[in-house]
Design a protein around this ligand. Structure first.
Ligand SMILES: *Cc1c(COP(=O)(O)O)cnc(C)c1O
Length: 325
């Protein structure tokens, strides 16, 4: 498959002394928050494949969608600006949400053509809206390319098979072997890439996803369908599906809504490690991780690798909540 080189790779892996002293396993963090500055996070690894396909098809306009504070949309807008492509974003605005800051501010500065839709309208008509914009670009003589939400299709997911290989390279170089890899699951592509890497390379790790929206059943179906789509781009018939491991129970108040204790956990880690997690994905997964560590779920593990998938800008839309947490 075609691939662009957009991200700063390999991203570092750091052992977190604070957590490794406190809990039984050693806990490491893979710093995929450092893949870039403005395009940072996990989405840029997916976009290396998605946008390569767009360019190989001669497309000049990227169309995608997400929440008002979508990291994926911000990364897409940044990559488009860098490559001289147009970018149209359809953003879902929650009732009462009117915070023109953080990712939304960056989308604006990066020159994205932003279409804001109210939550209910977006949920009911997202696919038609994407098709309408697609047609609009065609009518104006442009060449549109649609990237699905989170770039969590087969093409985008290839980026996280590469990330898995990057982890294996690190193991080979250092002799440190991770038995468990943990990531936040929002649309499922990152998890699926790591899962497929593990199956294809027969690495026998426990790939654990902590969902930040919906539930485990929803994501097991979703991940199976992303596996099908990803395998269609690879010369592989099938992989074992029974190792999919999703820990449910940490959605809290709902997607992108924070609880005081989640925000406290994020600030606690910041103070003790200098690592800043985001409130929507990694903060919830981290809150889940420490609770599972306290319950003894990972007592058998020696080395846990937690994926920091980025999202730092999202914090700026929650500054009041964080300061009062
Ligand atoms: C999108 C996102 C995730 C979730 O990744 P998916 O591949 O959508 O499951 C995790 N962390 C951050 C910061 C994200 O922006």
């Amino acid at each position: 498959m075609n691939k662009l080189h957009l991200a700063q790779l390999p991203t570092p892996i750091e052992k977190i002394g604070y957590l490794s002293n406190k809990y039984k396993p050693n806990i490491f963090v893979k710093r995929d928050d450092l893949t870039d500055s403005v395009a940072s996070g996990n989405k840029i690894r997916k976009l290396e494949y998605s946008v390569a396909e767009a360019l190989s098809l001669g497309c000049d306009t990227l169309i995608t969608n997400g929440g008002f504070q979508s990291n994926h949309c911000r990364s897409t807008a940044a990559v488009a600006a860098k490559l001289g492509l147009k970018c149209i974003l359809i953003l879902r605005k929650e009732p009462g949400e009117n915070i023109e800051t953080a990712n939304f501010l960056l989308d604006h500065m990066l020159g994205a053509d932003i279409r804001v839709k109210e939550h209910d309208d977006f949920q009911a008509h997202k696919d038609e809206m994407m098709q309408e914009v697609y047609q609009e670009v065609l009518d104006k003589g442009g060449k549109p390319y649609i990237i699905p939400m989170g770039a969590s299709n087969g093409i985008g997911t290839l980026g996280y098979i590469d990330a898995f290989d990057e982890i294996l390279e690190y193991e080979k170089k250092t002799g440190i072997v991770f038995d468990t890899i943990i990531d936040a699951v929002g649309s499922g592509g990152t998890y699926t890439g790591l899962y497929l890497g593990n199956e294809l390379r027969q690495a026998h790790k426990d790939i654990v996803g902590i969902n930040v929206c919906d539930d485990a059943d929803f994501f097991i179906k979703e991940i199976n369908s992303i596996i099908d789509d990803t395998l269609s781009h690879l010369d592989v018939k099938d992989v074992e599906r029974s190792h999919i491991h999703i820990i449910d129970g940490y959605v809290g108040r709902g997607y992108s809504l924070s609880r005081k204790e989640e925000l406290e956990a994020i600030s606690d880690l910041s103070r003790h490690s200098g690592i800043i997690l985001d409130p929507v994905y990694t903060g919830k997964a981290y809150y889940g991780l420490i609770h599972e560590l306290e319950k003894g779920t990972f007592d058998h593990a020696k080395n846990i690798l937690f994926m920091h998938t980025g999202g730092i800008y999202g914090l700026f839309s929650k500054s009041k909540e964080i300061i009062s947490a």
